[in-house]
Design a protein around this ligand. Structure first.
Ligand code: 13P
Length: 385
């Protein structure tokens, strides 16, 4: 809860280096100091490590996944525009209140990623959204990146910003109840993109973010998203996703990120939306698993996919197909934004009288994706009331 009593720890366990020219008693003192600091360090480290591991595992508990409700002010405006609702602090609060108070969603939703505004907002009942979720056994999380900006030197590409001041922000988010975080790097596919430069800087930033999160006792969700908006083939998506994951795990290792205390949030390996040749469900599942098995160490407890603009039912079918091909070295679940929310948003339309129908629509997607996380989804579940 209140983590202010915790002392920040860096990713590696710092030890003293004894200089070779030391007198014998100095060397002894160095050894004693090193021994005690290692004991204290290890104790603190053990406390953090266990909390990180427990939270990461809880987020991918059987049949559960994450709701990404962390749309930035710009993105939520687009979503609300689509139902002719003006985006104001009050309408954003009302929409998130609808989602988070849906009874029964906690059977399928382990955690919710919030935008900063929402983390510090109250629900209709007067408690903070973070408290409301935690009281239902749902873990509150926070998006901490500041968005993807044009990459200097390769301005067609993007790099995600937000590292400056992140250590201080993480302490505030932890005090407000956030126990996990998200940072999204964006990689676009074009003829001569992504460049190695773009992949490298995004991987580096993801690892810096992840190390800072773990230092603060917050589980990082590491999200390198290869976009699926282009006309590229599924093979090209696999090649790019492979390069990206290779770079991301190399950086995580260099920066001492504890793999057991993080989650990966990747795209699925899929043909671009404009590609005339769309792959079938089995092909997407096979290509995605092949790519992940080559690049994601089994120490990572879970992989929670983004939906990235897939239709809600297809996102569910793909996850289900991968789990049916299991067991896999990691848990495979979801961290969907649009694929969990689209039907609820449409059903709500900004009207109080539609809240119950919108909550039913959200609950249905949560239930069906929960089933897919177990490999127990079937298309008939879409017909059920
Ligand atoms: P989508 O599932 O809508 O892609 O959103 C997930 C997300 O959090 C993207 O960062």
């Amino acid at each position: 809860e209140n983590r202010q009593g915790f002392t920040p720890l860096v990713g590696s366990n710092p030890t003293l280096s004894a200089s070779s020219g030391c007198a014998a008693q100095d060397l002894f003192a160095v050894r004693v100091f090193r021994y005690y600091s290692a004991q204290i360090g290890l104790e603190r480290m053990a406390m953090y490590e266990q909390a990180l591991i427990d939270t990461a595992k809880a987020l991918v508990a059987p049949g559960k996944g994450v709701l990404a409700a962390d749309e930035s002010t710009g993105t939520i405006k687009k979503r609300l525009d689509s139902i002719n609702v003006e985006s104001t602090e009050a309408t954003r609060q009302a929409y998130r209140n609808l989602l988070f108070t849906t009874e029964g969603a906690e059977q399928f939703i382990s955690g919710v990623i919030l935008f900063e505004e929402t983390l510090f907002q109250n629900a209709d009942n007067g408690t903070s959204f973070a408290r409301l979720l935690a009281d239902k056994g749902v873990i509150p999380g926070i998006k901490v990146d500041k968005g993807a900006k044009p990459l200097a030197g390769s301005p067609e590409e993007k790099v995600t910003e937000g590292l400056d001041g992140l250590r201080e922000r993480l302490a505030e988010y932890a005090a407000a109840g956030a126990r996990f975080a998200k940072w999204r790097g964006v990689i676009d596919i074009a003829d001569d993109q992504p460049t190695d430069y773009c992949i490298h800087v995004n991987a580096h930033a993801l690892a810096r973010y992840a190390a800072l999160c773990q230092e603060a006792g917050i589980v990082p969700i590491v999200e390198p998203e290869v976009l699926m908006d282009g006309a590229n083939s599924i093979e090209r998506c696999e090649e790019v996703t492979d390069r990206v994951l290779d770079a991301v795990f190399a950086e995580l290792k260099k920066q001492n990120v504890m793999l057991e205390g993080m989650l990966l949030k990747p795209n699925m390996v899929i043909a671009g939306k404009q590609c005339p040749q769309q792959a079938g469900v089995e092909q997407v599942a096979q290509a995605t698993l092949r790519c992940l098995k080559r690049r994601v160490p089994s120490a990572v407890p879970g992989i929670v996919f983004l939906s990235g603009g897939q239709s809600d039912e297809l996102a569910t079918a793909h996850l289900d197909a991968m789990n049916r091909m299991g067991p896999q070295p990691w848990k495979l679940s979801f961290s969907y934004g649009r694929a969990l929310q689209a039907p609820a948003l449409a059903a709500w339309g900004g009207k109080d009288e539609n809240i119950a129908a919108a909550q039913q629509a959200y609950l249905k997607r949560a239930r069906n994706n929960g089933a897919a996380a177990r490999g127990e989804y079937s298309a008939d579940m879409e017909q059920a009331a």
